[in-house]
Design a protein around this ligand. Structure first.
Ligand SMILES: [Zn+2]
Length: 146
């Protein structure tokens, strides 16, 4: 059966697992078309569970237990997921500004997604505003302060 949530799907061609909402059409690893009855290793409720599920599914059985323990203790152990720091924050804000040094929720959100920062653009802007990093210019427009 194809679960309604997020599925960890195993490609029958390259045996690599990947995450999908519902079931996918092709394998992102080898490009092989996936059959309708592609093996669903497990189904999870959220994208973050999905990431753990995929990581576990692609880990050799003997290493899986220790990985699972680490992941359960702290989901932030994924190397690309560094907690937001005050060194990194201005850089993310800067990357979201236009040529006039202004940014909006709309321009910031993709930068956060790209940096794997798990925080809402609006929350981050509010936080930066209170830290004096941003100055509100308009309803959805902020100036980055040096
Ligand atoms: Zn594949």
């Amino acid at each position: 059966m194809s679960g309604a949530g997020w599925n960890v799907v195993r490609c029958s061609a390259c045996k690599t697992c990947h995450g999908h909402r519902g079931t996918g059409r092709t394998c992102p690893h080898c490009g092989q078309k996936l059959p309708v009855d592609a093996e669903i290793v497990t189904s999870v409720a959220t994208p973050s569970d999905l990431r753990i599920g995929v990581a576990l599914a692609n880990t050799p059985e003997e290493l899986r237990d220790s990985l699972r323990k680490r992941l359960e203790v702290n989901q932030n152990l994924f190397p690309q997921e560094e907690p937001i720091s005050f060194q990194g924050l201005p850089k993310i804000l800067l990357s979201a500004t236009d040529e006039n040094g202004a940014l909006s929720v709309k321009s910031l959100q993709p930068m956060l997604n790209k940096s794997n920062v798990d925080i809402d653009a609006e929350d981050l802007i509010a936080m930066s505003e209170s830290q004096g990093l941003l100055l509100r210019l308009d309803t959805d427009c902020w100036q980055l302060l040096e």
